[in-house]
Design a protein around this ligand. Structure first.
Ligand code: ATP
Ligand code: MG
Ligand code: MG
Length: 593
């Protein structure tokens, strides 16, 4: 652990987007992993190694409203249905064949697609070649697709829409990204992660066909493209009634955009992210996302900044379609049921999902399945779908199972508040959610009382972000939004993600030699934080000592949190984990083991 004000030399300020990262990304390591053809003995992978592969594969390919938020309920650590498959397959129990599948998948991860224009231009034409090889053109044309792009809220919107249509009695397929713990989270059938057995079967089918037909002219598809092709294969063979597809990155050149005639399209909240690929202005970003709109296909969006909205409208009019703007859902429409996903912003995503599901039902001639009530509330199946929707790592509250089991009363001395926000806009949303749920005097329903009143609670930030992101935009947004609501962090902890150990070793646990761990990025984050708190005096300021810490590993940070919480029993530790979905996934995995 390194505390602020310590002897470590002050690191250089963090690099901006597009500059070389002070840490090596997991991507480059992934390409070094052995690919298929390894001897069977090498398949007996130790659990930490398998965990590392799962994390590695989590790589992406991809205005608040005034209504009061729903009551927030801490979620039990027992993973609900959608995550149950992943939890069961568990990090330690995956079969040797599954490990081999993960190894093959990781060989498809290339730096190129993420960081430059590899998914554009000529490269895009390759998608149709892959579809031919896999004989997927006709099956895709038969799928009844809901397609969603956007900067934020895609996954949540898709999850709500799928859950609604499942509650209406349809067989559903849901393809989202990224995943938190296990790659199979990206593929849900009827609301459940695809089974390991099915995943392996479909994987080899696609893999082997592609391996035979690819070579120097046609390379193997990159990671996200392969996953999208796999999703198409799974959903068509499984004969789902509806396939809900989240765009991985952008829209126009995204692998999911091979769908020529979806039933309905949605564009969730637009903002700044992935500018190194999508462009620097909201207009440019919006144009890329509007690339999923199609002639004759109804489209919906949420209220957007004017610059983005005008681009969406212009593109829609070029195509001769109207794009309808859906307001956030009014909680009264839910008959007092809370949404399954928490936070004010989810009313926005839910409103979009309702429009998408409703249009899907209408266009498929299934409106007779739902009973529209005359007093303005949603049909029962919609309310049910919205309230059971589940997506981990988004505004999720998890009391620490270890520390809390030591207390007989209902208090929760250590609680994790997890949200995978990683763009400036979502930092703000996340900060609002955290301040709201930890506010004094809020009594939460459910089996667990609110930890303790905020007067004797400690607010701790556990943060990391990928080095392609700009902490100078993320951290001030978080800090300022919290401060405006009267919340101040007692401490901030900066840690590398578990998966970042890949650069120094093959295990998911930290290597023994401390000197091997490059913490320069975390030290840079700490500098940004300290400068925000104490001005340019930063780390050398007398008041800064102890307000932030850098840990060399996540397990050591969690150990420290547990120790601190045990030593101060009258104080509850409320830990906001944010900045990276990878970090959130790592924390979820670590605290349940
Ligand atoms: N409508 C929204 N507006 C702003 N931020 C949002 C919105 N919906 C979700 N978020 C934030 O974005 C995070 C990710 O949400 P979600 O998974 O739904 O989005 P996504 O678009 O799929 O993100 P990703 O880019 O990681 O795939 C949430 O944890 C939350 O912090
Ligand atoms: Mg994204
Ligand atoms: Mg997503």
């Amino acid at each position: 652990m390194r505390a602020s004000g310590g002897a470590s030399p002050r690191p250089a300020p963090p690099k901006r987007r597009g500059s070389a990262s002070p840490t090596t990304t997991t991507t480059s390591t992934a390409t070094k992993l052995p690919v298929r053809g390894a001897s069977s003995s090498s398949l007996a992978m130790p659990a930490p190694r398998l965990a590392h592969l799962r994390r590695l594969l989590a790589l992406h390919s991809p205005p608040p409203h005034p209504l009061a938020p729903s009551p927030v309920r801490p979620q039990p650590l027992l993973l609900p249905r959608a995550m149950a498959g992943a939890a069961h397959a568990g990090v330690a129990t995956g079969s040797a064949e599954y490990e081999e599948v993960l190894r093959c998948l990781s060989s498809l991860i290339t730096q190129k697609v993420r960081a430059d224009t590899g998914n554009r231009g000529n490269q895009w034409a390759l998608m149709s070649k892959y579809l031919q090889i896999l004989e997927l053109e006709e099956p895709i044309a038969r799928l009844k697709v809901v397609h969603v792009a956007g900067t934020k809220g895609k996954g949540s919107t898709c999850t709500f829409a799928e859950s609604i249509l499942r509650s209406c009695g349809f067989r559903t397929g849901l393809f989202t990204s990224p995943h938190l713990i296990d790659v199979r989270e990206r593929f849900r059938l009827d609301g459940l992660d695809i089974s390991e057995e099915k995943f392996i079967r479909y994987f080899w089918w696609c893999w082997n066909k592609l391996k035979v037909k690819t070579g120097d002219d046609i390379p193997m598809p990159a990671y996200f493209r392969f996953l999208a092709l796999l999703a198409f294969k799974i959903f068509s063979d499984e004969q789902v009634d509806v396939a809900v597809l989240e765009v991985g990155l952008g829209g126009k050149y995204d692998a999911t955009n091979v769908v020529k005639a979806p039933v309905v399209c949605g564009i969730s909240s637009l903002g700044y992210d992935h500018m190194e690929i999508l462009g620097n202005t909201l207009g440019e970003i919006a144009r890329e996302k509007a690339g999923i709109l199609k002639k004759g296909i109804p489209a919906y969006t949420v209220p957007q900044p004017a610059e983005a909205m005008s681009v969406l409208k212009q593109r829609a009019s070029e195509l001769g379609v109207s794009i309808q703007v859906v307001p956030p859902l009014d909680p009264r429409q839910l008959e007092d049921q809370p949404l399954g996903l928490h936070g004010e912003h989810q009313y926005m995503n839910a409103g979009l999902a309702v429009a998408l599901a409703n249009t899907w039902l209408e266009r498929q001639g299934h409106l007779d399945r739902i009973h529209v009530k005359d007093h303005g509330t949603l049909p029962d199946q919609f309310i049910k779908g919205l309230s059971i929707a589940c997506l981990h790592g988004r505004a999720q509250i998890v009391p620490d199972p270890q520390v809390n089991s030591e207390y007989k009363d209902t208090s929760c001395p250590l609680v994790f508040y997890l949200d995978g926000a990683h763009s400036p806009e979502s930092m703000e949303i996340c900060a609002k959610w955290f301040t709201h749920v930890t506010e004094k005097d809020i009594t939460q329903p459910g089996p667990l009382e609110q930890p303790r009143s905020s007067s004797n609670s400690k607010k701790i930030l556990l943060f990391n972000c990928m080095s392609v992101r700009d902490p100078q935009r993320l951290l001030p947004r978080l800090l300022d939004t919290c401060a405006q609501k009267g919340l101040h962090f007692d401490q901030a902890l900066f840690v590398p993600n578990q998966s970042q150990y890949s650069k120094v070793g093959s295990h998911a646990s930290p290597p023994s030699g401390r000197e091997q761990i490059d913490l320069s990025w975390q030290l840079s984050l700490q500098t940004v934080w300290e400068n925000l708190l104490h001005g340019e005096k930063g780390l050398n300021g007398p008041s800064s000592s102890g307000t932030s810490l850098v840990f060399e590993s996540l397990p050591s940070a969690i150990k420290w949190l547990r120790k601190t919480s045990r030593e101060n029993q009258s104080t509850s530790c409320q830990v906001l984990v944010t900045g990276s979905l990878h970090l959130v996934g790592d924390v979820l995995r670590l605290i349940k083991t």
